[in-house]
Design a protein around this ligand. Structure first.
Ligand SMILES: C[S@@+](CC[C@H](N)C(=O)[O-])C[C@H]1O[C@@H](n2cnc3c(N)ncnc32)[C@H](O)[C@@H]1O
Length: 210
């Protein structure tokens, strides 16, 4: 972690940071309003997170990751841009969903470029699997969206397989499109940029909770 990331954490954490533990989160209290809440799982450096928060101040973003330097990067962006609708969660998304979020409480879940774990023997580490998706989807309100993106074709296939067989989800979008035409104006992420530079093809998948 760089000194400026450490300083951003020291300054920003008390107001904007949340550690994963076992207490139920009161989202209206956390954000100070009752705007809809979207969780972003695995925000990385938070570049896309901050961009999405800036264009949509009426949506609250709960951004979770396990990667410490990223907290400093996102908190620095939050401070620089004066973003009041972002909270940074440190810890495992599985525990956040299981222990801290109430059923039906979310307006959306975003998962952009989850770790691909390319080796077959590591596929079981992938986050998009039946048990976690069932848990995550149970936290969505009716009509809320689950938006995923990946640049690994076999992970995209795994995502389709898992999401198509989740009974409470209906597919709304499945395509590889120009960034400007993506659903919900998803900005290019840092991880995605690296994939695009290598010629990877990106797939966006959007499902709606029935
Ligand atoms: C490949 S990176 C993508 C980051 C960012 N979304 C992007 O596109 O640039 C995947 C991110 O997911 C995070 N991650 C992996 N497992 C996680 C978990 N169980 N809970 C929360 N975040 C996780 C990693 O720390 C990493 O920052």
């Amino acid at each position: 972690m760089t000194p400026s990331q450490a300083a951003a954490i020291e300054r920003g954490w008390p107001a904007y940071g949340i550690h994963v533990d076992t207490r139920a989160l009161d989202l209206a209290r956390v954000f100070g309003n009752d705007h809809p809440v979207v969780v972003e799982i695995g925000f990385g450096t938070g570049e896309a997170t901050a961009a999405m928060a800036a264009v949509d101040p009426a949506t609250n973003l709960l951004a979770v990751d396990v990667h410490t330097p990223g907290f400093g990067q996102l908190l620095a962006r939050v401070a620089e841009q004066g973003l009041d609708n972002v909270r940074v969660v440190s810890g495992d998304a599985v525990e956040l969903f299981r222990d801290m979020l109430a059923p039906g409480s979310l307006a959306g879940i975003r998962m952009y470029f989850p770790d691909p774990w390319p080796k077959a023997r590591h596929h079981k580490r992938r986050l998009v699997r039946t048990d976690f998706v069932a848990l995550a989807v149970s936290r969505l309100a009716s009509g809320a969206t689950l938006h995923l993106a990946t640049d690994w074709p076999d992970y995209a296939d795994q995502m389709r397989q898992v999401l198509d067989s989740e009974p409470s989800l209906v597919k709304a979008f499945d395509a590889s499109v120009d960034p400007a035409d993506r659903p919900a104006r998803r900005p290019v992420t840092r991880f995605e940029r690296a994939g695009l530079a290598k010629g990877h093809r990106v797939v966006d998948l959007v499902y709606v909770r029935a």
